[in-house]
Design a protein around this ligand. Sequence first.
Ligand code: NAD
Length: 366
Amino acid sequence: MSNTSQETHKTKDGLFAQVTTTNHEQIVFCNDNDSGLKAIIAIHNTVLGPGLGGTRMWNYSTEQEALNDVLRLSRGMTYKAAISGLNLGGAKAVIIGDAKKDKSEAMMRKFGRFVENLNGKYITAEDVGTTTKDMEYVKMSTDSVAGLPESMGGGGDPSPVTAYGTYLGMKASAQKAYGSDSLEGKKIAIQGIGKVGMHLTELVTKEGGIVTVSDINQASLKHAVSAYGAHVVDGDDIYGLDLDIFAPCALGAILNTRNIKALKCDIIAGAANNQLADEEEHGLLIKEKGLLYAPDFLINAGGLINVYSEVVGYNRENAMRDTENIYDTTLNIFNLAEEQNIHTQKAATLLAQSRIDAILSVQSTY
Ligand code: NAD
């Protein structure tokens, strides 16, 4: 073997080193000079079924940043599908560019052709920077697309289903922490009252929860006050409130050392993706502080369950019924975490991985 080919097989710090660490199955780089498409599709794991995950369009400052994002997000989809009992694997795509300036019908149709080339191994959907309209263009090139409007046989906006699952995860957390899952009289702060947070505000106030909200959108705040009698708090003040439950429903990575130390609540249960700034460090810090954390990728899985229902033949009632499993799974995770003396995020990941391993062993004989 020549020195050059030995170099090629080095995997210490190159691209393969990165995907070996995360154990990805396949990474596809898609380029089209005519439409300006530059996309990366990352398929993390397809043991349970085709990898499903949205397409994010973002103006990444470097290609490495785009790659890091798609690797992280696709891995998250594997665990979200596995823990939710869906026959889906994990995948995700990113398109590098400014969604407001660079996106076009041609770009999305071309992207759809790349998805089609994967022969059903990857199913795409909308995400940050892409819309249901974009998915209509993708659909012109491939059937491997979900999250379509109801008028096209799709499931429409998944946010109400996501909010319902988050609400059930919150109730299961209350059951564990207080011995009753009633939210009546509980002081609950919801950070971010967008599509999911507003539905959650409605569900929680209907049950008699006392809700405080924060958002940077004044119109949403006004609506939450007038429609649900919510209290309003400014920005970071939300972390210092005297609460029972804190529900992050805006941004990821907000559970960092400073914010966790500031929190005065018993439960953290919200819909935002990737709430823990560092899964291990902050999962542990929350446990040491004696707070109960409902893992985000489990309790916000209602949206994915809704999209999955689209893949197998859409029915909103079935999607809602399957979302109800989140309640029991949340309790199982709390019990597993207690038995093994580990933090709840770790328990959730172990449970998801154990399902993948079990099904992998089923497949090992023809
Ligand atoms: P959204 O964009 O409709 O809502 C986000 C809200 O957060 C907006 O109202 C925004 O103004 C607000 N916000 C932004 N920065 C804020 C800040 N610093 N403080 C307080 N509020 C702030 O998004 P969404 O669809 O409601 O999703 C909310 C979260 O849930 C996201 O993290 C998303 O990834 C996650 N999630 C959503 C779904 C779904 O079905 N929509 C599914 C799974 C996970």
